[in-house]
Design a binder for this molecule. Structure first.
Ligand SMILES: [Zn+2]
Ligand SMILES: [Zn+2]
Length: 339
């Protein structure tokens, strides 16, 4: 009980100290589910041929493997094959896989070269813990799954045909954050975190309707709510009528929540989501049948690239460049090295 309270307080403290950059890095992958149930392959993808591989500079990365507890040295592009495999279903449209590869490459280099590496594992540029850096699957792991060989080839094609390409804004590598499903409209960075970035603005998506997370419902019995939040505070969390003392403090015009109050304690939407295991902070709630009834939109923080949206754009005939320009406003897509 005390441990959790301490953790929450620690996080709140950190919020004040941590720069936008680090915040983005921490939250980037925390809320991205590492694996989804694969979507069925689409007819129009048949006959898709990846463009020839691009050149990339050999850039050895030190990757902390959190399952094996050791640092692995590997080529950046080879590492990215494992990241794309873990962060996006291989059945997604090839242009979505290419967009994901470029976003993951940018995210990795920003963290490794500009951000001082993985702060949880000194000596490593990134770790394979999806709650911290980016999820990663070994080639053997990919091959052990159904359709493994075809998937590995597909992902290799996506990575090699974008090799060396990164996203920059005003000459700087961007924080290429991404999430599973925005729910129809992405969030600007400042609507979710404490800082902003000009390329992380809210945009209409309209391409992620096929996601199982686009619109969902959840319910939480009042008793469970009381149990969870009583652990966080000794003060009352329920009204005298037995309903939750729950108040939304900050929300975007569309209703994506940034902070809430339960009893006398303020929570960031991220903390609230963690405590209740909610897929998103874009929700409305009502009270019915002695339970909180949630109507939710999307999965993840909602900032940057919407993965299901990328798949939808690919299926609609858009290129990976179109996808990246849609979700990261005003960015340039170019070679790994800054000019
Ligand atoms: Zn890490
Ligand atoms: Zn979307």
């Amino acid at each position: 009980m005390a441990k959790r309270r301490k953790r929450i307080r620690g996080l709140e403290k950190n919020y004040e100290r941590i720069s936008l950059l680090v915040l983005l890095m921490i939250f980037a992958v925390v809320v991205i589910p590492p694996l989804f149930s694969p979507a069925p392959p689409e007819e129009e993808e048949q006959g898709y041929v990846f463009p020839p591989p691009l050149e990339s500079e050999p850039l050895p990365l030190k990757v902390y493997n959190h399952r094996q507890g050791e640092v692995m040295s590997m080529d950046l592009e080879e590492y990215l094959v494992g990241v794309v495999a873990a962060e996006m279903p291989a059945s997604f449209h090839p242009e979505a896989l290419r967009a994901q590869a470029a976003a993951a490459r940018t995210y990795t280099l920003k963290k490794a070269l500009d951000g001082g590496g993985c702060d949880r594992h000194p000596g490593a540029h990134v770790c394979t813990d999806h709650t911290h850096c980016q999820a990663w699957t070994s080639p053997e792991g990919i091959l052990s799954r159904p359709e493994g060989e075809a998937n590995l080839e597909r992902i290799r094609g996506a990575v090699s045909s974008t090799a060396g390409l990164v996203l920059t804004f005003a000459g700087e590598r961007i924080d290429a954050v991404y999430h599973s499903t925005c729910g129809g409209h992405t969030a600007a960075a400042h609507q979710v975190w404490s800082g902003s970035a000009p390329y992380l603005e809210a945009v209409t998506c309209g391409y992620c309707n096929h996601s199982p997370w686009h619109t969902t419902r959840a319910q939480l019995p009042f008793a469970r709510f009381q149990e969870i939040f009583s652990r966080q505070s000794a003060l009352p969390v329920m009204t005298s009528r037995g309903t939750p003392q729950l108040q939304v403090l900050e929300a975007s015009s569309l209703g994506r929540i940034k902070s809430l109050k339960v009893g006398s304690v303020t929570y960031s939407a991220w903390q609230f989501r963690q405590l209740l295991d909610l897929p998103t902070a874009w929700f409305t709630h009502t009270y019915q049948d002695d339970a909180l009834q949630f109507e939710l939109r999307g999965y993840g923080h909602g900032v940057g690239l919407c993965q299901y949206g990328a798949d939808g754009m690919g299926r609609a005939g858009r290129s990976f460049e179109d996808i990246l320009h849609h979700y990261y406003r005003g960015v340039a897509i170019g070679p790994l090295r800054k000019p």
